[in-house]
Design a protein around this ligand. Structure first.
Ligand SMILES: Cc1cc2nc3c(=O)[nH]c(=O)nc-3n(C[C@H](O)[C@H](O)[C@H](O)COP(=O)(O)OP(=O)(O)OC[C@H]3O[C@@H](n4cnc5c(N)ncnc54)[C@H](O)[C@@H]3O)c2cc1C
Ligand code: FES
Length: 279
């Protein structure tokens, strides 16, 4: 979708605020201009620049699915100036959004295959977009396995949705918390995500994996997937290099010749291995 001024944001209304954890919240946003709302479209994995007037812009994935029309959602942790300002927003407030930007997860290529989603912490935000998209088109995919971990029970995001996924007979959900992060009531796994992936033992045949989370989780999950038989071109992730313009103009996000904002943010493990060593 293009606009006259590339940097002019769409005006968005905050429709709903969900406090996911003590420091993470989800905003549901709708376009104030009904014409823009009707035309807006995006693909799973794309991102945008979200702005609070007077505070600035920051980059988040679109955490809701393109199959769910009329709104977008973002989930974020308060880490700095803009996210602090976004924490102060209430239902009915106005903020800005420009996008969608970047490439997307290849759902067409994934059709007819099994999907394994592996996420840690707030890394579930970009993965949730693909999960929702795949569940809305459930007949197009074979087995769907979701493995999600957080440091503690209190750090799990999208709890309402995790409960919904747990109840679905057509989804295998594995939830885990780090040792010591469990409560007395916790019925999920206790252990780090890579160990739970090994235990879940998803089949690699005719399957794609989508992995997002802290770099340390990704680092130890990739060898487990390799051991299970997943080839590098069947493992996708999304990079979160610091960005400014989001549209390939400022040179802030590049890794050698690769612009994460335009060539990514979605890459498979084979593509990531080809990136210059500075990455
Ligand atoms: C494509 C993409 C998708 C993203 N999706 C999400 C999302 O869905 N939810 C979410 O919470 N965050 C996401 N991020 C990270 C998010 O953009 C930053 O955390 C945010 O811009 C911080 O804004 P701020 O003004 O509050 O913090 P700032 O004041 O700009 O920074 C606060 C601190 O965070 C560090 N920081 C800022 N940006 C990054 C970054 N990209 N990587 C590592 N450290 C950073 C700064 O160095 C500083 O230490 C995404 C980033 C990218 C590039
Ligand atoms: S963020 Fe400006 S070039 Fe990528």
């Amino acid at each position: 979708m293009t606009q006259g001024n590339l940097y002019a944001p769409y005006l968005m209304r905050v429709d709903e605020v969900v406090e996911e954890t003590v420091d993470t919240r989800t905003l549901k946003l709708s376009f104030k201009d009904p014409e823009v709302a009707a035309k807006f479209d995006f693909k799973a994995g794309q991102f945008g620049e979200y702005s609070v007037f007077g505070a600035g812009e920051c980059t988040f994935c679109i955490a809701s699915a393109p199959t769910r029309k009329g709104y977008i959602e973002c989930s974020f942790k308060k880490v700095g100036r803009v996210t602090a300002a976004m924490r102060e927003l209430n239902v009915g407030d106005t903020m800005g959004f420009r996008g969608p930007y970047g490439n997307s997860f290849p759902l067409d290529k994934m059709a007819g295959k099994s999907l394994v989603f592996i996420a840690g912490g707030i890394g579930l935000a970009p993965v949730r977009c693909v999960i929702q998209n795949a569940l809305d088109l459930r007949d197009k995919f074979k087995d769907i396995t979701i493995i999600y971990g957080a440091r503690s029970v209190g750090d799990l995001v999208y709890k309402r949705e995790l409960d919904e996924w747990a109840k679905r007979p057509d989804v295998k959900l594995w939830q885990t918390v780090d040792p010591g992060g469990e409560t007395k009531e916790w019925k999920g796994q206790i252990g780090f995500v890579p160990n739970v992936v090994e235990k879940a033992h998803p089949m690699a045949l005719n399957a794609f994996a989508v992995v997002c989370g802290p770099p340390i989780m990704i680092k130890f999950t990739l060898p487990v997937l390799a051991k299970l038989g997943f080839k590098d071109d069947a493992i996708y992730t999304t990079l979160e290099n610091r960005m400014k313009c989001g549209i390939g103009k400022c040179g802030r996000c590049n890794i050698g010749p690769v612009y994460v904002c335009k060539d990514g943010p979605v890459f498979n493990a084979a593509e990531i291995k080809k990136l210059p060593p500075e990455f």
